[in-house]
Design a protein around this ligand. Sequence first.
Ligand SMILES: C[S@@+](CC[C@H](N)C(=O)[O-])C[C@H]1O[C@@H](n2cnc3c(N)ncnc32)[C@H](O)[C@@H]1O
Length: 272
Amino acid sequence: MNDASPDLAAVTQVQQQIWSKGDFAMVAGIVYNASENLAEALELIPGERVLDVACGSGNGAISAARRTWGGTVGADYVPALLERGRERAAAERLEVEFVEADAQDLPFEDASFDVAMSIFGAMFAPDQPKAASELLRVVKPGGRIGMGNWTPDGAVGKMFKTIAKHAPPPPGVDSPLLWGTEERLRELFGDGIADLRVERRISRQPFRSADHYIEFFRTYFGPTQTAYERVGPEGEQALTDDLQAFLEAANTAGDRALVLEAEYLEVIATRA
Ligand SMILES: C[S@@+](CC[C@H](N)C(=O)[O-])C[C@H]1O[C@@H](n2cnc3c(N)ncnc32)[C@H](O)[C@@H]1O
């Protein structure tokens, strides 16, 4: 297998294990606002059938269910996160179905949803054209696709680049951060969409300090935990130093705390 043709099924399997580590449900609380923003921007109304792709513990599905009053489905390939989504929906008495699925091979009929949303989710699938075509396929003509995608130069984009310097991704796989650019979105959705609106938005992420941030992500966020495992004891200090330097530069709260104002692209596409 050369760099030009990575084994995307094998990459997907490894990524599924990475997202199963830690406890993403803890991290989800920090980005919940992006789901609420997207559900508002999509102008969801009761009766619409909504699919949240790569839903994790259900942020998008829960935001959608509050507006559609039923008919919402969340899909992700980590069973433990789906279980957390079920617990959350039950606690809030919301009707959401959670289904185990790969974003690159969704187990749903063509045109079976009014809206597909994916917040910091489908962007991570290694087969980007397949993930885009699946989002298009399951939505009815005239329906909407809503996404939240980290931008390459935003704080979370920089965090991913920092850990990739120490624990590089498999060669030949496109960067997920490309989904945070209008150019790549147009390439991926092609003539499958009739309209595309993008808006740069901020996800505010407050922590007590850089140490608190690093400890939190190392404990709960699969990709950070995996990077530390990969560099081992000999690479640990260098990774921590680089993360601290990135956090110091990105901090918007001075010496009071560590606050990131992480940029992402909010995307609303209309299915042709
Ligand atoms: C950063 S989390 C975002 C979760 C959720 N959308 C949210 O906003 O809280 C990324 C999620 O994408 C899921 N994911 C990544 N690649 C996937 C794929 N190919 N198929 C299904 N889920 C995937 C992971 O399991 C994880 O739950």
